[in-house]
Ligand binder design. Structure first.
Ligand code: NAP
Length: 310
């Protein structure tokens, strides 16, 4: 008789990271149950054989009915753009609380992986960073539950919309950066992040009640010259965007987004994140526990990306 494959409940499965993660899970033989919005029709961003479960991310009662049938929960939902703290709160804080409450009702709760962000290490910088920090804090108090937090740095790869414009511009020979020239940045390819999650699922020893900030294995991260070298083989021009100009653009964006009703990415908080001198990770603890090693540094990741992207 064939064993039933382990079933993983994934929130945020329809997003940039979630979609690559779902593909990786399916490839590894997991049965994926993906949370979709309660009013969603069949979501075509997900593969046809993935079970779609319409549920509100804050509905503790419904979640409590779903999680016992899962061998693990991966909380990948998140708000990455918004005007105010309230815009980030539902997916980054309230949904995390609801999932924990649901898990708390289960006799033997399945392990939960929270995809947080390196931004959570600097909660004072922006509403986004604070919301990711607050989401993490909800887990830290739950010693009876088997949770793990992964804090990725900036993630790029197929399907990404945030870093792609910057990488495309470098590809065309212009590297316009907001942070200081010697800023140190860790990066991570989305497929290495997905592989880290599958490594967590099958880790030989449990790694619960722990937080890991993981990157592509480039020790000390990249400065802007190294980013240019990796993406454009040295043949590029660098300009530093004046912070005052970025702040004006961010404030105008806040105003226009209020008038037009969209969630802005460039905000004064995002400018503070972009200009923060150091966003660095260290894989050693997570690799030692899970056996995971990243495969794609920026040079390889960018080459792959631009083999398909125009
Ligand atoms: N991208 C990065 O560079 C990066 C770096 C570090 C950490 N992260 C974290 O990784 C996670 C995923 O990021 P991403 O880049 O994949 O973002 P994304 O493309 O914007 O996807 C966000 C996902 O969360 C879901 N979601 C958002 N608000 C929701 C709500 N109120 N109820 C239910 N679902 C909701 C979205 O569902 P819909 O499709 O239905 O809107 C989507 O599936 C986030 O937690 C983010 O903080 C991302």
């Amino acid at each position: 008789m064939q064993a039933t494959p382990p079933s993983v409940f994934v929130t945020g499965a329809t997003g940039f990271i979630g979609q690559r993660l779902v593909s990786a899970l399916v490839e590894q033989g997991y049965r994926v149950r993906a949370m979709v919005r309660p009013d969603a029709k069949i979501d075509t961003r997900l593969p046809p054989h993935v079970e779609q479960i319409p549920v509100d991310i804050t509905d503790v009662d419904k979640l409590a009915g779903i999680v016992p049938e899962s061998s693990a929960v991966i909380y990948c939902a998140g708000s990455v753009r918004g005007r105010s703290a309230a815009d980030f709160s539902i997916a980054n804080v309230e949904g995390v609380g609801a999932m924990l409450a649901a898990l708390g009702r289960v006799a033997e709760a399945p392990p939960m992986l929270l995809l947080s962000s390196l931004a959570a290490s600097q909660p004072g910088l922006s509403d986004y960073a604070r919301s990711k920090y607050q989401g993490e804090q909800l887990l830290l108090g739950k010693n009876s539950l088997p949770w793990t937090i992964i804090r990725p740095p900036a993630v790029y790869g197929p399907g990404d919309k945030e870093m792609l414009p910057l990488l495309k511009m470098i590809r065309r020979g212009l590297l316009a950066h907001a942070g200081p020239r010697d800023q140190r940045l860790s990066l991570l390819h989305v497929d290495d992040l997905a592989a880290a999650v599958t490594a967590w699922l099958s880790a030989p020893q449990p790694c619960y009640q722990k937080t890991f900030a993981i990157d592509d294995g480039t020790a000390g991260g990249y400065d802007w010259a190294a980013i240019g070298e990796a993406v454009k083989d040295g043949n590029f021009r660098m300009i530093k965007l004046p912070r005052a100009l970025l702040n004006i653009a961010a404030r105008s964006n806040m105003l226009v987004s209020t008038l037009l009703g969209y969630a802005p990415m460039l905000t004064p908080g995002k400018v503070r994140e972009l200009t923060h001198p150091e966003w660095l990770c260290d894989n050693s603890d997570f690799s030692a526990i899970s056996g995971w090693e990243p495969k794609l540094d920026l040079k390889t990741g960018a080459r792959q990306l631009f083999a398909t992207e125009p």
